[in-house]
Design a protein. Structure first.
Length: 238
């Protein structure tokens, strides 16, 4: 694919097949769209591994047992570590994760870096991605610098706004401030706004380095739409 890279969020096997057929750069495998994405079933990961060809698209597995990203517990740690141990040697390329905690000193919502590091050390060779929890941190830029320091490769973000289109200026500023990270723009992106972004910011050197992330699921639907994906990919090539 020419132009900015694209990652398709997949909530079912139909989306996996669509992403493979259209040659997207990465698939994020997850479940429970109504909870903003949870850990997928093992069967879905197995299906994605069988469906791709020659190692592409790259596969990123969501590690999120439930929707409360601020509650760190031994149960969650056990669930996440079991998933990493299961899949790290089976062909997946990386994992998507996010934990935060409220500071006892300041009351701020901050990166739970000790929890994250304990999990990341189980598969240091994999790509580690922090999900959109970064947009809820009290100080997102400080959080990004921590993620950069502990070895994350990418961060999915809307720039702290309701959509990545609205938060685009923040995304570009954060990318410039954290050159060791690859910002991945996601949240409310559709083909129309993406075409506007391509026209408005022709200097791709200022774009989030990891490109764009979307599910391509239209309003009122539960499945990725092939026509919307085609329009989005065409916009990215313009």
């Amino acid at each position: 694919m020419s132009g900015p890279s694209f990652e398709l969020a997949c909530f079912d096997t139909d989306a996996v097949l669509l992403g493979c057929a259209r040659g997207v750069d990465r698939l994020e495998l997850c479940s429970q769209r109504d909870q903003d994405g949870l850990t997928p079933e093992d069967a879905m990961v197995e299906f994605a591994l069988r469906s791709r060809r020659h190692g592409y698209p790259r596969l990123m597995v969501m590690l999120r047992p439930d929707s409360d990203d601020t509650l760190c517990s031994e149960h969650k740690l056990k669930s996440v570590t079991e998933a990493v141990r299961l899949w790290k040697n089976e062909g997946v390329d990386g994992f998507v994760i996010g934990f935060a905690e409220v500071s006892h000193q300041t009351g701020n919502l901050e990166i739970a870096h000790e929890w994250l590091q304990s999990i990341m050390k189980l598969a240091p060779q994999k790509e580690w991605v922090f999900h959109r929890l970064v947009d809820r941190l009290t100080d997102p830029l400080q959080g990004l610098k921590i993620l950069e320091a502990i070895g994350f490769r990418r961060v999915l973000s809307s720039g702290g706004a309701p959509s990545a289109f609205e938060g685009w200026e923040n995304l570009m500023a954060w990318q410039a401030a954290c050159p060791g990270l690859e910002m991945l723009a996601g949240g409310g992106l559709r083909s129309g706004p993406v075409q506007d972004l391509m026209n408005r910011y022709p200097d791709r050197g200022l774009w989030p380095r990891a490109g764009l992330h979307a599910s391509c699921i239209p309003a009122g639907s539960d499945s990725a739409d092939e026509e919307e994906l085609n329009r989005l990919l065409l916009a990215l090539k313009s």
